[in-house]
Design a protein around this ligand. Structure first.
Ligand code: TIU
Length: 232
């Protein structure tokens, strides 16, 4: 780990080193919502083992603290819909044929509806003042949101993408970001899936073909690069 110069931090990564420019790089935390992560939430109600997602909380807390200390931009997303469900595609509502659907009363309020308890971000990673929260109706964070405009106005060209789930909202967002010209770095322990094999393959899909969609690294390597930057 070393500094290229005062404004570039080198992070060891797959498939090769990531040149992180702190002033152009934002941390984008995807959908760390109570309904996906907490026992008794929508995710668990569907039969998923939420402990697989809870493993990501502590690594995200460490990364978030370091980014906040370094004064770098942090954004959060939440998947969910309007109270009137006008932005909920009928195809999404009926998908899965489950008894309880998006918009119905669930264990933590109406399922994936904005303003409900389950829709909100877990307390461990709660946004602080100045950190934009992007409410998204889809899996990708760019579709039908103002994320791209917010990032462009802030001069952001690189994204460290964390959150859940690896193969669904994280992967979709990385692909969307890549097509819009962002360089995406995914810290492996800061993303999680209900399906370990999908987590592994989801990460491999990002780095295949010499980084077709981006880079993957150990979050400790980002922390080391940030602390080396702070020391320089
Ligand atoms: N945030 C996100 O990934 N939403 C999902 O619905 N993920 C699933 O894996 N189901």
């Amino acid at each position: 780990m070393s500094n290229l110069n005062s404004s570039t931090l080198i992070v060891e990564a797959d498939p090769y080193e990531y040149q992180l420019h702190p002033d152009k790089c934002a941390l984008l935390i995807i959908d760390m919502q109570r309904d996906f992560l907490e026992p008794g939430g929508f995710g668990e109600m569907l039969g998923n083992d939420v402990s697989l997602l809870q493993k990501t909380i502590a690594p995200n807390q460490r990364l978030l603290a370091a980014r906040r200390t370094a004064g770098m931009m942090v954004l959060h997303t939440r998947e969910g819909h309007r109270q009137d469900l006008r932005d909920l595609p009928p195809s999404k509502k009926i998908r899965g044929r489950s008894e309880k659907k998006i918009g119905d009363d669930g264990p933590k309020g109406r399922i994936l509806v904005r303003g409900e308890d389950g829709h909100d971000i877990i307390p461990e990673l709660y946004p602080i003042a100045g950190e934009p929260v992007i409410d998204k109706p889809g899996k990708g964070a760019f579709w039908a949101t103002d994320l791209h405009a917010i990032l462009q106005h802030a001069g952001i060209k690189q994204l460290v993408v964390t959150g859940v789930t690896t193969e669904v909202c994280v992967n979709t967002t990385v692909r969307e970001a890549n097509d819009r010209g962002y360089e995406c770095l995914v810290p492996s322990d800061c993303v999680g899936s209900y399906f370990p094999e999908f987590h592994d393959v989801g990460l491999r899909m990002i780095t295949a073909q010499r980084g077709i969609f981006g880079w993957v690294t150990d979050p400790a390597k980002i922390l080391a690069a940030l602390s080396s930057g702070a020391a320089s």
